[in-house]
Design a protein around this ligand. Sequence first.
Ligand code: AMP
Length: 460
Amino acid sequence: MCGIFGISGHAEAATLTHLGLYSLQHRGQESAGIVSADVGGQAHGIRAMGLVGEKFGPEVLEKLKGSTAIGHTRYSTAGSSTIENAQPALVNFKGGHIALAHNGNLTNATEIRETLESVGSIFSSTMDSEVLVHRLARSTAAGPEAQMAEALQGVEGAYSLLVLINDTLLAARDPNGWRPLVMGKLGDAVVFASETCALDIVGATLVREVLPGEIVAVDRDGVRSLQLTPAATLHRCVFEHVYFARPDSQVFGGSVDRARRALGRRLAVEHPAPGADFVFAVPDSSNAAALGYAEQAKLPLEHALIRNHYVGRTFIQPTQAGRDAKVKVKFNPVREILQGKSVVMVDDSIVRGTTTRGLVALVRAAGAREVHMRVSSPPITGPCWYGIDTPDKDQLIAAKLPLDKIADAIGVDSLGYISLDGMLGSVPDGPNGFCHACFSGQYPTLPPSVANKMRLGGRA
Ligand code: AMP
């Protein structure tokens, strides 16, 4: 998964992109990058492994001249976690330069890559997104948005894109709208971002979503919009609302905080916990859902788990060993709250079960008498092919075990997941138009033909 940010028409383009990326750090912590373009059409780029705040000091930003810039935060869902795969990609071609930042996964990237390689293209990374750079460079269409339209022909799967072709900034979203992308305004400058929290940090106001199937071009001639394809069936990723996006953002036109609270309320209706003393969240992604649960159940909400904020998202560590060790580094229970109590522990999802099992053990060791686990998404039974880093089926606890066995495996007294209908009915603009393949097995596309090939050296 990734975060993307772009701005056109601002003297401080790179600095504002850097700021915007701070707000999108939760979408990817492995690498980050910024490319700027100046009026002469010169491009300047920087990419680094690690966090936005660590790698891009003022001396770096100063070199990123120009009034147009795009940025990217990444964790690998296609291609390994290496500097070659960091984005934005930046290449020179016959018409100048192309920079590209991509959020999502292309499901037919392998086929496109093979076709390109068969006519001599050489790739410098293992990521799916690089095929788009080649397609753009080879396009003979007249003008940046036509080039983009041509490059995207026959491309399947999920993409929210920000592209620089010389000093034209292009934004595009796949026809199914899998990943979010919004457009904002900052004075005369036009801003794009994965989530509205990145507009907030630079002081931009939300104008609208980039529409599914739309290409927006911004340059000194103004803002132009091109509808690439007629509106298709929407497959907006429901997991953005459940877990991925920040609660202070709007995605797909709806508030993430409101979505999570509604999920929590619905969860409490579907799976009450009679006799429980209080509710607590696995911070931070479940805070709003736990609040909703507590409101509905009329139970107090306690802060029984404290999260160390200097540790990144557990899951984002590529190896299993890293993940195990990190549970304790990341969370510590408050004994004074938990001692002797029957508690409702709310989390947004159970993936492998590793974190949950570790957390339940911590909570019990801190004296909890009963642990009732409530989950604000249904059991995850399949991988995501569209840009969320869910592992393969054989690592998903809910794909391997029935409910009662999951409860045993994670060590809880009771376990309740929200239903699929309950989840879809709780998110803004639901229940239709959302992708729920990882929960339901209803994948809207054919599988990527060689599912693991694009995950070369990929995640454990
Ligand atoms: P697990 O131990 O694999 O069951 O991890 C569950 C935890 O991972 C939950 O607390 C979720 O908030 C979090 N989580 C779920 N999906 C992802 C993801 N794709 N990337 C990072 N963290 C995730």
